[in-house]
Design a binder for this molecule. Structure first.
Ligand code: HEM
Length: 450
């Protein structure tokens, strides 16, 4: 049957037409992203990964799989790994409800409200104070940026009940619990052998996060006293008809989705800016951000926008495939008929590197590319760090504002350099669909401008 499958005609190594074990092996060895990337280099924009899975890199494929609104490309069971409190995301809400519920909370207007901005700025100020306190010695920004992301997202959800992990050790423990774990293989085992999970010995079970679970449950319990514009208030509103445990599941999901992504994105960015060959980027950024008043709109900072986009292009915090099922009847994707039930995906890491006409010198950190009017539409359409369409990132506006405010406040006052005692690796290390700096450390030196 497999040899008669239409996928047999697709480009890809022979072994992938026979078994899915080969790509699973790559996944378990944390090599899936690079392996798929190499296959695309060799075979082009369409590559078979297994008898039932295909990867794509073109804009046409992105539009078909992710952006053809309501066309029914469902997410695969991989997403069950992100279930919280035993509640799968898609069981809490249907897609329409989800979008309606979150649209106003995550709108730029809500995020840019005075008190919402004030809490992001407070967290930025706490971050800057930590960097100033070091008086010339190095700072591990990996740790501080994850605290920053946690404090911002929890304020957004529960204000005034957000965490202060940059200053309070009890809250710091939440960040540690959520960020430092090695559960890739254990999560994959649970995904591929779901029936056997109850029989796994403890050392094979993915790590739990009891402290952050309790924090979220408490905040949901107190939810009605949170500020009117918080996420928890929206979720608790009667029209949603959600039970508290469902509200907690949704909050925990957003909390988890908003920490490592923003923290790692900022970390890769500051690391990149701190390289000696990128000194000119830092200087141009400094000139731009110091010359506008502190309350200027972020829209008045085009170079900052270019720096952030370029960092997310080069090191997308979720660089791996976002897998979807082809709907009933099958679909034509990139000129190939793909039968229903096939798993299809695009991965940002490859989309951002293999479309060289749109992104020339794809491995070079070059923010200026985003300022060129020529080709701007193509670049924006192929920018896939937040995915796109109905299941694209809910928190994109929040993430971008958090990143920009922090960078503006840091680079208007400091130069950063890689610290002499930075010995860890910043290579991208794959997790389930996200990635993080391999050694989870990034030591920089902050030098104030005169
Ligand atoms: C630079 C930071 C971020 C990046 C690069 C990012 C990227 C993404 C991507 C690629 C997806 C889609 C994944 C898929 O389809 O498989 C996603 C989904 C999601 N993100 Fe983000 N994200 C970031 C920050 C945030 C923040 C700050 C929040 C919220 C506080 C957030 C909340 C979510 C949620 C709730 C989803 C699931 C959407 C759904 O199920 O429809 N993200 N994100």
């Amino acid at each position: 049957k497999r040899l008669r499958s239409p996928l047999t005609a697709l480009p890809g190594p022979l072994i992938t037409s026979i078994t899915s074990l080969w790509i699973k092996y790559q996944e378990f060895s944390a090599n899936r992203r690079l392996c798929i990337h190499e296959l695309h280099r060799k075979y082009g924009p369409v590559v078979r990964l297994s008898p039932n899975e295909v990867s794509f890199t073109s804009l046409e494929a992105i539009k078909e799989i992710y952006a053809s609104g309501g066309s029914g490309y469902d997410r695969t069971e991989l997403y069950s790994l992100f279930a919280q409190f035993g509640q799968k995301q898609d069981d809490v809400f249907d897609l329409g409800q989800r979008k309606r519920c979150f649209a106003d909370r995550y709108s730029l207007t809500n995020i840019m409200r005075k008190d919402s901005m004030a809490s992001i700025q407070e967290n930025t100020a706490a971050f800057v104070r930590k960097c100033m306190d070091t008086s010339g010695t190095s700072v591990d920004v990996y740790v501080l940026l994850h605290c920053y992301a946690l404090d911002c997202v929890t304020h957004f959800m529960f204000s005034p009940g957000g965490t202060h992990s940059l200053t309070k050790s009890k809250d710091f423990e939440l960040m540690e619990e959520l960020t430092y774990h090695n559960s890739l293989q254990k999560n994959l085992l649970a995904h591929y052998l779901p029936g056997l999970e109850p029989y796994f010995p403890t050392f094979l079970l993915p790590r739990l996060s009891p402290k952050s679970n309790q924090y979220v449950l408490d905040k949901v319990e107190e939810g009605l006293s949170a500020d009117e514009y918080t996420l928890v208030r929206r979720l608790l509103s009667k029209d949603n008809g959600l039970h508290n445990i469902q509200v907690a599941a949704e909050c925990k999901d957003h909390m988890a989705a908003g920490i490592d992504t923003t923290g790692d994105g900022l970390c890769f960015l500051m690391w990149e800016l701190s390289q000696p060959h990128n000194r000119h980027v830092q200087e141009r950024l400094h000139l731009e951000v110091k010359q506008v008043p502190a309350d200027a709109s972020l829209e008045d900072l085009p170079y900052l926008d270019a720096v952030v986009k370029e960092a997310l292009r080069l090191a997308p915090p979720i660089p791996m495939s976002f897998p979807r099922y082809v709907p009933k009847g099958g679909r034509i994707i990139d000129g190939y008929h793909i039968p229903e039930g096939t798993i299809v995906s695009c991965q940002p890491y490859s989309v951002h590197r293999l479309n060289e006409k749109v992104f020339p010198y794809p491995d070079t950190f070059w923010p200026e590319r985003w300022l060129e009017p020529d080709g701007a539409n193509d670049r924006n359409r192929l920018f896939f760090a937040f995915s796109t369409g109905a299941r694209g990132c809910t928190g994109k506006n929040l993430a971008l504002v958090e990143m920009k405010i922090l960078l503006r406040d840091v680079y208007s006052r400091f130069k950063t350099d890689v610290a002499p005692d930075m010995h860890g690796s910043m290579d991208i290390d794959d997790q389930i669909i996200s990635a993080r700096p391999k050694d989870q450390t990034c030591r920089l030196v902050f030098t104030p401008y005169e």
